[in-house]
Design a protein around this ligand. Structure first.
Ligand code: CTP
Length: 403
């Protein structure tokens, strides 16, 4: 979680059984390079010991407006932080926050904080659904605070339902997503990234072609995320309705596989990374008629002779130097992992992105996708169904690990 490195986080812990998860949360934050200062309400200290948290955070834990004869400067703390996270946030604390009540250090810091505030509710099902809790949450959201949604499952009471504080990994992810958006780390600065995307159309005659339903959306998402990370994109795009005009993305529009090959070869010679997201037509008509083909009287069948298109990815795989990273995609209906790793070896990919065909919402024309990454050493990494933008982040994270 590079985006959390160097970030100053105040964690406010309130008195819910989920407070025990705060120890794991602090550990993950510190591991990500964040500096963490912990505030606890008095009732939180009955659920988890301040000693555990001061040891993990490497900072004294603040539990009161005054600690001994020292005054805890809540204004200073509120200004110090890049984010204030209240996790778990009880119904009681949410009510106080929503109404400006300031009877402990946590609420004092909340009221004086200028940084973004996150709250992760942790409470029992009925407290969560109570209209007053929901009204308080709505108020807090209207004030610009951000909620990290509770999860559903078994609660401390034994009841099953919504109210369980999000798992520490998900708390970290919410912060990581936030910081990435506000100040994406320029991890691909100075890198040129070739992306092939969309379908190719192979002409039969001036008005007909062989093609496929690829939308180019995955390629667009990848291009946007590369730019967010400071890289330069050369997007070789087959016929697509997408409107892509953004600084940092040069779009080279092509129609056929042969044109895509010519553009990709030229660009790859100067590129650091290539991502082959295009759905290239495997065959093209041997001859494209110059004029529109007319039906002949009595003709019931017609045959179009096809010839194989060059494999663009494999061509780049042969050109690839040890400093370049080459990533491919695969869509398989049978033995997906075996076929994907075969393809990876054949084409010289560093890893291959296996698209799921089974999930609703994955694949062509959707805004979501579910992928599995298969690496050269046969390691695999599976992901959940996500937006194509989030999938693009996962792919770029894997590329950055190789670089
Ligand atoms: N690819 C390519 N040029 C081609 C065919 C495929 O660059 N002529 C790239 C795709 O962009 C993708 C990867 O190769 O990254 C795998 O594509 P796919 O069509 O699944 O593989 P094929 O080699 O065509 O295998 P098959 O159709 O037999 O599954």
């Amino acid at each position: 979680m590079k985006s959390l490195a160097g970030k100053k986080i105040i964690l406010g812990i309130t008195g819910s059984i989920a407070a025990y998860k705060a120890a794991f949360f602090v550990r993950l934050l510190v591991k990500s390079g964040a500096e963490v200062k912990v505030l606890m309400t008095e009732s939180a200290t009955t659920f988890i010991s301040p000693l555990t948290l001061s040891t993990l955070s490497k900072h004294p834990v603040i539990t009161g407006i005054a600690d001994g004869d020292e005054w805890s400067n809540h204004v200073e703390l509120g200004l110090w932080a890049d984010a204030l996270v209240i996790a778990p946030a009880t119904a009681n604390t949410l009510a106080k926050m929503a109404n400006g009540i300031c009877d402990n250090i946590l609420n004092a810091v909340y009221l004086s904080a200028r940084c973004p505030v996150f709250f992760a509710p942790g409470m029992d099902l009925d407290m969560w659904t109570h209209p007053s809790t929901q009204a308080n949450i709505q108020k807090l959201l209207d004030y610009g605070n951000r909620m990290i949604e509770p999860e559903s499952g078994e609660l401390a009471s034994g009841l099953i339902g919504k109210g369980r504080m999000a798992e520490p990994e998900n708390l970290v992810k919410a912060l990581d997503d936030f910081f990435r958006k506000v100040s994406p780390s320029q991890t691909l600065a100075g890198k040129t990234v070739l992306i092939t995307a969309g379908p190719t159309y192979e002409p039969i005659d001036p008005v007909r072609f062989i093609g496929n339903h690829s939308s180019g959306k995955m390629g667009k998402a990848l291009a946007e995320k590369v730019v967010e990370r400071g890289g330069q994109v050369k997007l070789v795009l087959g016929p697509s309705k997408l409107d892509i005009s953004q600084p940092g993305i040069e779009v080279i529009r092509i129609t056929t596989a042969l044109e895509m090959l010519a553009a990709a070869r030229e660009i790859f010679a100067q590129a650091d990374i290539a991502i082959m997201a295009a759905a290239v037509a495997d065959f093209r008509p041997k001859f494209a008629a110059k004029e529109k083909i007319k039906k002949k009287t009595g003709e019931e069948e017609m045959t179009i002779e096809l010839v194989k298109n060059p494999d663009i990815a494999a061509t780049l795989g042969k050109m690839k130097t040890k400093d370049q990273v080459l990533v491919g995609f695969a869509l398989e209906t049978e033995k997906p992992l075996v076929n994907a790793s075969r393809k990876l070896a054949k084409k010289g990919f560093d890893f291959i992105v296996l698209n799921s065909l089974k999930d609703e919402g994955a694949g062509f024309n959707h805004d979501t996708n579910r992928i599995t990454l298969v690496f050269k050493d046969n390691k695999i990494k599976e992901f959940q169904l996500k937006s194509k933008l989030d999938v693009a982040d996962d792919i770029l994270d894997a590329i950055e690990q190789i670089i």
